[in-house]
Design a protein around this ligand. Structure first.
Ligand code: SF4
Length: 466
């Protein structure tokens, strides 16, 4: 099927990472403003089947080592296709492009990040026509419901600027469709294992009130995807019994997670960041992180620049969260989940959120309870935990009542991570799961590697003599 493509194409290339030194060019990504991918369903007579359009410079004309504005538009037609399937088609772009040797596609929608490897470029993957033909063949062979398909690649910044508002509008109208429907009102949820190539034990559970981590698949998209391609990466999960309504534990989800994660994950609580949180792959739009000093949670999104209120940037927090693990107090999620009434409902919901970047706060403002919205700090209000404490106290954030109701929140030591040192030192201890108590909190370190400048070993007898 891919004889005319200059590189190999197959599932073995899924999950391939391309480092900066090995890349020919970057398309989209964190340093580029104009980027999106979008799928649209059109009438049959408006599609030139198999046609690949290129607006702007082709791949071979982009100087090596640079990062460029980029857009992908997939337009499909078929008697049985309708607009309800656009989200499903769009998310397949991620999977199919990652089948190409030397091609890395991360994230989704307005946040895409692509790298083309130098070796593949030198083998001849130097034009968008070839990439478009791979997409065309995979879409047509895997989803026979598509009768005609045309693909447009855009590298012209002005054209992208012009097309982006309509794409954002499309995402919003898809997202708003699922709002209002409740988890308890449906008997089927959906799972997605598309990101297992990067995070083998990760399974997204998509319910009406908990959007997928990447923010690209709603419950309706999951339903549509599972119906047109039941053997594909998105599958139905019978909801089963409600085991714990408050935490969001359902027997069907536990069974599906156990089976699809090959026994790594046995229990999932949908509405909390603690104990058995939903796993996090690497495609999440944002990370929620526990801040023990105030017993509250912060949120940071992928494009946030610089350090968050606890001194760590998104990249470090994302690394601590990703990989298909359940990390107590850390949670990869979509921005849309913040609009859900089940948003960390078991942890106190918005009353537990203390710090959110202003860009995200603006996006979800109308979904934050009015009496709390001004009490949640942004980067303009607090740049350190001390400033955060002062802000929350002055604003009488509901979290302050928790401090006096329980005890004073833990005075956690600042964590300083010296990445260079961590890369060269040998760990003095490693553990799959290492629980300990500190300051009244249970802290569980999973897959921990502990480094120390000095190790002091004392016998119990020595200690008793002191
Ligand atoms: S983040 Fe979840 S829903 Fe999105 S592609 Fe990955 S596994 Fe699927």
């Amino acid at each position: 099927m891919f004889k005319d493509i200059p590189v190999e194409v197959g599932v073995i290339y899924e999950g391939e990472r391309i480092r900066r030194n090995d890349m020919q060019v970057e398309l989209g990504g964190p340093t580029v403003k104009q980027k999106f991918e979008l799928a649209k369903v059109k009438p049959l007579d408006q599609i030139e089947d198999g046609k690949v359009f290129i607006i702007g410079p082709d791949l071979k004309d982009l100087p090596e080592g640079g990062a460029y504005p980029f857009g992908i538009l997939i337009e499909a037609a078929g008697e049985k296709l309708d607009a309800g399937l656009e989200g499903v088609l769009e998310r397949r772009i991620h999977g199919y492009l990652n089948y190409i040797e030397g091609f890395m596609h991360l994230n989704q929608r307005y946040d895409i990040w692509i790298r083309i490897g130098k070796k593949s470029f030198q083998k001849g993957l130097n034009n968008f026509e070839a990439i478009g033909q791979v997409l065309y063949k995979l879409f047509k062979s895997e989803l026979p419901i598509i009768e005609k398909l045309q693909i447009t690649f855009i590298t012209d910044a002005a054209k992208l600027e012009q097309m982006t508002p309509a794409a954002i509008q499309d995402y919003e109208s898809r997202d708003s469709k699922a709002r209002g429907l409740k988890d308890a009102e449906v008997d089927t949820f959906y799972g997605c294992a598309l990101c297992q190539s990067f995070a083998p034990s990760h399974v997204c559970v998509i319910t009406p009130q908990r959007y997928s981590n990447c923010g690209a698949i709603s419950w309706f998209d999951g339903k549509a995807s599972a119906s047109i391609d039941p053997k594909g990466p998105v599958f139905a999960i019978p909801r089963g019994d409600i085991i714990n309504e408050e935490k969001g534990e359902f027997s069907g989800i536990n069974e599906a997670a156990k089976k699809r994660s090959m026994g790594e994950v046995n229990k999932v609580w949908l509405y909390t960041a603690f104990d058995y949180p939903h796993t996090s792959c690497g495609c999440f739009e944002a990370v929620t992180f526990y801040i023990p000093e105030v017993d509250g949670m912060g949120v940071v999104h992928r494009s946030f620049k610089g350090a968050t209120v606890n001194g760590l940037p998104f990249s470090t927090l994302a690394d601590s969260t990703a990989g298909g693990r359940q990390i107590d107090g850390f949670h990869g999620m979509s921005i849309e989940y913040m609009r859900s009434t089940k948003f960390f409902a078991a942890d106190g919901g918005w009353n537990r959120i203390v710090w959110v970047p202003k860009e995200v706060k603006e996006k979800v403002k109308e979904f934050i309870p009015k009496d709390i919205v001004d009490k949640i700090a942004t980067e303009d209000d607090a740049k350190s935990v001390d400033e955060l404490k002062a802000f929350l106290t002055a604003k009488q954030h509901p979290i302050v009542a928790r401090w006096s109701a329980e005890e004073a929140p833990a005075e956690a030591e600042a964590i300083t991570i010296n990445e260079d040192a961590a890369g060269t030192m040998m760990p003095v201890a490693t553990a799959g799961s290492l629980p300990f108590m500190a300051g009244g909190f249970k802290i569980i370190l999973k897959d921990a590697k502990i480094y120390a400048n000095r190790v002091i070993i004392q016998t119990v007898k020595d200690k008793d003599k002191r």
